[in-house]
Design a protein around this ligand. Structure first.
Ligand SMILES: *Cc1c(COP(=O)(O)O)cnc(C)c1O
Length: 820
């Protein structure tokens, strides 16, 4: 993707690798994920061992056209044209190559670390300094042991400033990142509790972070935050900002909210200076002050700093998947545009299977550090590789390279207004549309036209959190154990193909739904994974077979009917799954029935048994462990008998989410991961932090009222305030799934960070909360649940389980999916 500076032979020498160089290829692009190969030429594949061993993906990368590899062992298979460079440690080799590259440039580099705000501060510094500097920075939050080398690799001759963030989760990591980044100037952001678990104590964590600056000339930090850690600071120069210490280099002594902005006054070099920022939440204010201090510390004029800070734009790292008009899906990524984030967004677009057609609306890209012809050639290559069917380029630069784009359908417009002026939305139907633009193009005006108007109550689903949870459980599995992801009941209320697309892309082995119709919807949305239907109905056989859905056979009656059906349809070896009842007493063959079942299965040409399974009734509850053991024994007895009768091996599976956590000895060949995927596991305390809740349910305030003590609120006059106060009416009711049981103070919601209890009965579409203790106004956001006010807590309030809270959220509540 970047101009090549290296060849295979040079890389071999830099890495001190062994292995033959068959062809000395130019090397320009580092690849660490075989699924993301959009342009193999110049690519060097690092077979990193992560959750899966990177060596498993060598063949995939080779078939995609990659010819250069860094590996820790010779791979199996035949790769005649490949250069296979062998090193001891593949990750260390990646880092070493980046370090070598960095050392070739002597541009000034700002290093950013801390526990919160790293990415925002890095992006804001970029916004603030890019008017006069050609800045290279990490794409998104590429701040890890892998992300940092990939970021630093982008440095080229045109850059005159680097801004790189570094993130660590345990000791010993920062030295490696420091060697790669080599920051001259250090910026320390907020130190909070994130990643505390990786360190013995706060001292150790702070010390580890500060190692990024061990060779820096200047460190910018907050006085209050570092009071206890002053002895750890070793940089020759410092720039200190403070709200308390009047000798600080930047002493902020006055702060005020002015409508939507925040106004600050400070003393700098003995003079009073000021700045206004377009944010007023605590975290943004702190991050903005850090940026302010950094600009002053490196010599920007206070007036220039003020002028630029006033125009700071929110940093949105995420793209959102929403329902669009005319049966379209919209991927909304309207905040930034650079070649790396374009690649990520196109990659996300290519994971979407629900529509035949893929459309991209893209603006000119600014600040790429590349010549325009090189840049747009790269864009054109990416678009071709990702098989975009319809391309709309907006901007004069892009338009002048229109001939470079090889797309079936293409249109070009000089600006957003001219695109919107001619837009006829009926020409967009049943397609996935990625809307991606640089900020100044205001592409939110385009996405507003395409996105279905949503009611203000929405459930946001964090796809990264789901992947985190999937990977957490994968890390608990023995090698080779498969994963069946439970996506029944709209994936526990969270969505259908939106989640299945991601699960399919991330190679789970099976999906499971409750009823055939759910499976049909997934197939119609292009999902090709094997899908198991748990609750097979006789009337649904035709749907099953025509959509390749695999039924669970749980009774003799069902078995007879199914055999009759496939026999009549002249189908052989149809995949089925056998359910054994070991104690749940819901569906399944009981122990004494297994022998007869075996007789029926023996040499039966019509079905092929894919798996045998049973379900644990209390895998998360220690008081039932004896019963669980009994279930395990009964299950083993049953599948041994069945496999004997069949004469071939089947997939055996027993564990649900908590079973994976508590019964590792019962993983067999596969596990069925349900609620854990969505961030809840009865066997893992929520505060352990390993699982991330994926859903946030939010709504807003429609009206605020002063309420005298004793005045009654809502139907049947059940609610009132004990003291004079205020109530707010919010846009959620029992028809949305906020059950009546939450009424009259049983439930509470988060408003501007404060818990506000319900007042009076919940009504169908609305309810009232007590906001006497919070500053609120109409339109303010209200959180019903999220990663802080957790579903587990709501379940406890009304005496139910998280499963019921999640699946109750009605379909009227729009789902929005985001991915970072
Ligand atoms: C729903 C279900 C699961 C998943 O259970 P979780 O506790 O959500 O992990 C597993 N197996 C069967 C048969 C199920 O119906």
């Amino acid at each position: 993707m970047y101009k090549s500076r290296y060849t295979t032979a040079q890389v071999k020498q830099i890495l001190n690798a062994t292995g033959d160089v068959v062809n000395d290829n130019p090397i320009s692009l580092l690849i660490t994920d075989s699924r993301r190969i959009s342009n193999p030429s110049g690519g060097l594949f690092f077979a990193l061992s992560g959750r899966r061993n990177g060596h498993e993906f060598v063949a995939e990368a080779y078939n995609a056209g990659v010819r250069d590899f860094v590996l820790s062992a010779k791979p199996e298979g035949y790769f005649p044209e490949a250069n296979l460079l062998i090193v001891d440690n593949v990750l260390a080799a990646l880092q070493h190559l980046a370090t070598h590259h960095r050392a070739a440039f002597n541009l000034p580099v700002i290093g950013v670390t801390g526990s919160n705000g790293k990415t925002i501060v890095k992006e804001w510094l970029y916004q603030l300094m890019s008017p006069d500097k050609n800045v290279v920075r990490n794409p998104k939050s590429y701040n890890s042991q892998i992300g940092v080398p990939l970021s630093v690799w982008q440095i080229n001759e045109k850059n005159d400033l680097g801004i790189f963030e570094a993130g660590v989760s345990t000791t010993g990591e920062m030295d490696k990142l420091e060697a790669i980044i080599q920051p001259e100037i250090g910026v320390l952001t907020h130190i909070g509790s994130a990643h505390d678990e990786g360190f013995a104590d706060r001292d150790e964590k702070v010390a580890e972070k500060l190692r990024l600056f061990k060779n820096s000339r200047l460190l910018i930090y907050n006085y209050e935050q570092m009071l206890d850690y002053k002895k750890l600071i070793a940089t020759p120069e410092t720039f200190i900002w403070s709200r308390k210490f009047n000798q600080a280099d930047l002493y902020v002594f006055s702060e005020a909210v002015i409508s939507k902005n925040y106004y600050m006054r400070a003393v700098f070099k003995g003079k009073e200076i000021e700045c206004i920022i377009p944010f007023r939440d605590e975290a943004s204010i702190e991050n903005a002050v850090i940026c302010w201090a950094t600009m002053l510390a490196i010599g920007y004029d206070p007036a220039v700093a003020d002028d630029r800070l006033e125009r700071l734009a929110p940093v949105s790292m995420r793209l959102e998947l929403k329902n669009g008009i005319n049966d379209c899906s919209i991927i909304d990524d309207t905040y930034n545009s650079d070649i790396q984030s374009l690649e990520i967004a196109l990659n996300f677009l290519s994971q979407q299977n629900q529509h035949q057609k893929k459309t991209l609306i893209l603006s000119d890209i600014y600040q790429s550090g590349l010549q325009q012809d090189v840049l747009y050639k790269q864009v054109a290559e990416l678009i071709k590789a990702r098989k975009v069917d319809k391309f709309i380029g907006v901007g004069t630069a892009m338009s002048s390279y229109r001939d470079d784009f090889e797309v079936a359908e293409k249109q070009f417009y000089p600006d957003t207004t001219s695109f919107l002026a001619q837009l006829q939305t009926q020409q967009y139907r049943n397609e996935t549309i990625l809307v991606k633009g640089s900020r100044s193009f205001e592409f939110e005006r385009i996405s507003q036209v395409f996105v279905q108007k949503a009611h203000e109550t929405v459930m946001e689903i964090n796809l990264n959190a789901m992947l985190n949870n999937l990977n957490y459980y994968r890390s608990k599995l023995k090698p080779g154990v498969k994963v069946m992801a439970m996506v029944k009941a709209f994936s526990y209320g969270s969505g259908t193909y939106e989640l299945a697309n991601i699960l399919q892309y991330n190679k789970v082995d099976y999906l499971a739904v409750a009823y055939a119709d759910e499976g049909v919807s997934l197939r119609q949305a292009g999902i090709s994974l094997p899908i198991v239907v748990l609750n097979t109905e006789v009337g649904a056989f035709e749907k099953l077979t025509s959509f390749k859905l695999e039924p669970v056979i749980y009774s003799f009656g069902l078995f007879d009917e199914f055999i009759k059906y496939v026999q009549d349809s002249n189908i052989f070896n149809y995949p089925v799954h056998i359910k054994i009842d070991t104690g749940m007493h819901r569906l399944g063959f009981e122990g004494f029935e297994v022998e007869t079942l075996c007789d029926m299965l023996e040499e039966n040409p019509y079905v092929r048994v894919q798996s045998v399974f049973s379900h644990l009734v209390a895998s998360d509850a220690a008081e039932h462990d004896l019963f669980t053991k009994k279930q395990i024994d009964l299950f083993e007895k049953a599948y041994i008998e069945i496999e004997d009768a069949l004469g071939y091996k089947v997939i055996k599976h027993l564990c649900n989410t908590s079973g994976i956590t508590r019964w590792p000895q019962a993983q067999y060949d596969m596990v069925r991961l349900g609620i854990g995927l969505y961030g809840v596991d009865g066997a893992i305390p929520a505060d352990e932090g390993v699982l991330q809740p994926i859903a946030t349910l939010k709504t807003s305030i429609s009206q605020v009222k002063k309420m005298p003590a004793g005045e009654t609120v809502s139907y049947m006059r059940n609610g009132s305030l004990a003291k004079d106060g205020r109530i707010a009416t919010v846009r959620i009711g029992y028809a949305d799934g906020y059950l009546r049981a939450f009424g009259n103070g049983v439930g509470c919601m988060l408003v501007n960070g404060v818990l506000a209890p319900t007042v009076g009965n919940i009504t169908m579409d609305m309810c009232m909360i007590d906001v006497s203790q919070v500053e609120v106004k109409e339109g303010d956001e209200v959180i019903v649940f999220n990663d802080k006010l957790r579903i587990e807590e709501l379940a406890k309030q009304i005496g139910t389980i998280p499963y019921e809270i999640l699946t109750n959220i009605s379909q009227r509540v729009k789902r929005v999916y985001f991915y970072e």
